[in-house]
Design a binder for this molecule. Structure first.
Ligand SMILES: [Ca+2]
Ligand SMILES: [Ca+2]
Length: 204
């Protein structure tokens, strides 16, 4: 079987082997954050025979997308000041090969604070002090999930921006989309409000 095309040029490490065939499963393909690739399509390629030794030899060096800045040991980030509703923000990050930020540590929260500090005034937004990031409670009120469906309390970072948050403010439909405050803490906001947003590309 022919190996699938690696559209973003990345070849991952061998992270697992199929339990039946013992063939390698390539991690970066499974987790490829490209909206054009359906997850079922990706999984259907496995297991397959793949000469990973030669693939690793020809893989290009890891690069961040345009406008992404590397914070050593943390990741690549892009702060978007052109306000979007949450869903459009999510799509824009995906098109760039990234995703809305998922904060996993205080260290990563500090990177967010640094990015915010460069933009003291953001135009045409509901709140100048918040940016959309990659979590929500659209499915079940009060049950916060990352954009990958993992519980927020498994991310390693659940510090909320202020006492009383999350508050699902504003009556129906409430606030079901995740954001981060300038102070690096989390908050829930209305999904259809327009805000700055922050994309992340994984570092590995
Ligand atoms: Ca909510
Ligand atoms: Ca809130």
């Amino acid at each position: 079987m022919v190996a699938p095309e690696v559209t973003d040029g990345r070849i991952g490490n061998i992270t697992d082997r199929d339990s039946n065939s013992n063939l390698p499963v390539i991690g970066s393909l499974i987790y490829c954050e490209n909206d054009a690739l359906d997850h079922e399509d990706i999984e259907s390629y496995y297991p397959y025979e793949f000469n990973y030794t030669s693939a690793l030899r020809v893989a290009p060096p890891r690069r961040a997308g345009p406008g992404y800045e590397m914070f050593p040991g943390v990741g690549y980030y892009k702060f978007h000041t052109d306000p979007q509703v949450w869903e459009d923000a999510r799509k824009i990050c995906a098109k760039e090969g990234g995703h809305l930020v998922i904060i996993n540590s205080e260290e990563e929260s500090k990177v967010i604070q640094q990015l915010f500090a460069r933009h003291p005034k953001i135009n045409n937004v509901q709140y100048n002090d918040f940016a959309f990031i990659g979590f929500h409670d659209m499915y079940t009120e009060g049950s916060y999930l990352t954009i990958y469906g993992d519980p927020l309390d498994k991310t390693g970072f659940t510090r909320w921006s202020h006492k009383g948050q999350p508050d699902n403010a504003g009556g129906f439909p409430g606030e079901d989309c995740g954001s981060v405050h300038r102070n690096g803490g989390l908050n829930d906001l209305t999904c259809t409000s327009k805000h700055a947003f922050i994309c992340e590309q994984e570092m590995w």
